[in-house]
Design a protein around this ligand. Structure first.
Ligand code: ZN
Ligand code: ZN
Length: 355
């Protein structure tokens, strides 16, 4: 499996005439060699692999890293320089998007004879299409998070705080087997719903308010991402209208997901729907993003995206309307692209729920 994943790098080796690629992004390292710890470097040539880590991770790397030579270091870039000194490659690609200016300076000082070639975020695209094992993990973690939300929803009563709901949700996820939460949950009620990223606060939730809950779990390195907007009691007509529009945009976009459609066209389906109903100015963010070893990864589903949808991609569809001084609605599902459409990984029904 890791061999198949590394084959995806072939075109980078060829296009940039590289002899080796140095990886410093932990999600990419995990994807390519299996290491799940928090510090290490991976060096790949076309047919060999070296994983370098410090003494905290030597045993873990021995268990997780399948077919790379494991080397323990005391000073990371010294060890990288030593290895490259042995291999004597001419051109070495590195992840410019995941290398600090300080690290680059150390590296280029130590590697006078090696030509360092900056590879930008495009390397992250190798993780866009998920294999069967990844899809199973993404499905399991999404199911866990959805079940947690359904358990917690009945506790959403007048007078409970946003923070309490966030805490209960995290606790249920852990109880159902998650390793943790995927990000700081958003629980935004009433006027706070106008903030697309309104973190759970001490605000008490009142009857008649809409509550946007954006939540996700992480398990075995894989993340889930889902947003529900529910009503506490019966919301006013304007809130119900906004909900109908967002739901329609969400449904229309999901209907159009299939291999071959451009991500920017998917975004346009939802954006146009919201615009036609007169709320265009209140939907500022992109329609969605990939989900996998990171909560936000490739592909980007936005008006500026250059990506075409392929089978196996996993990404969110999350239109929203946010009206300052009034409130907002977002509805988010995570889908996996199949041969002729898509399948939902997230499982909470998205009809307007009144609790
Ligand atoms: Zn989300
Ligand atoms: Zn999202």
């Amino acid at each position: 499996m890791l061999k198949n994943r590394r084959l995806k790098l072939e075109r980078f080796f060829t296009a940039n005439r590289l002899d080796a690629i140095l990886f410093s992004s932990l999600p990419n390292i995990c994807y390519l060699c299996g290491f799940s710890g928090s510090e290490g470097v991976l060096l790949l040539t076309r047919d060999r692999a070296w994983f370098l880590c410090d003494s905290r991770y030597t045993a873990q790397a021995g268990a997780e890293v399948g077919d790379a030579v494991i080397r323990q270091f005391t000073v990371k870039w010294d060890a990288v320089a030593e290895l490259l000194g042995e291999l004597k490659p001419g051109r070495v690609g590195f992840e410019a998007a995941h290398t600090t200016v300080a690290d680059f300076k150390v590296l280029s000082d130590k590697l006078g004879q090696v030509e360092l070639v900056a590879l930008n975020g495009e390397l992250d695209q190798i993780r866009s299409c998920k294999d069967q094992g990844e899809i199973e993990r993404l499905q399991a973690v999404a199911a866990c998070a959805s079940a947690s939300l359904l358990t917690v929803l009945p506790r959403l009563v007048p007078g409970v705080s946003e923070r309490e709901i966030a805490c209960e949700l995290e606790f249920e996820m852990l109880r159902l087997g998650a390793d943790g939460r995927a990000f700081d949950f958003i629980v935004a009620s009433g006027e706070r719903g106008a903030m697309p990223h309104g973190r759970a606060s001490d605000k008490l939730i009142r009857s008649g308010e809409l509550v946007t809950i954006d939540f996700g779990a992480v398990k075995d390195g894989y993340h889930s991402d889902e947003t529900v907007t529910v009503a506490l009691g019966r919301p006013d007509e304007r809130s119900r209208e906004i909900y109908r529009v967002v739901k329609e945009a969400h449904d229309r976009a999901i209907d159009r997901v299939r291999p071959g459609i451009a991500c920017r066209d998917l975004d346009a389906v939802a954006r146009e729907c919201i615009r036609q109903h007169g709320y265009g100015e209140y939907f500022g963010h992109g329609l969605g993003h990939g989900v996998g070893l990171e909560i936000h990864e490739k592909p980007v589903v936005s008006p500026r995206s250059e990506t075409v949808v392929e089978e196996g991609m996993v990404f969110t569809i999350e239109p929203g309307i946010y009206i300052p001084g009034f409130g907002g609605v977002r509805i988010e599902d995570t889908v996996v692209v199949t041969a002729d459409g898509c399948r939902l990984l997230t499982q909470v029904p998205k009809e307007l729920t009144m609790v």
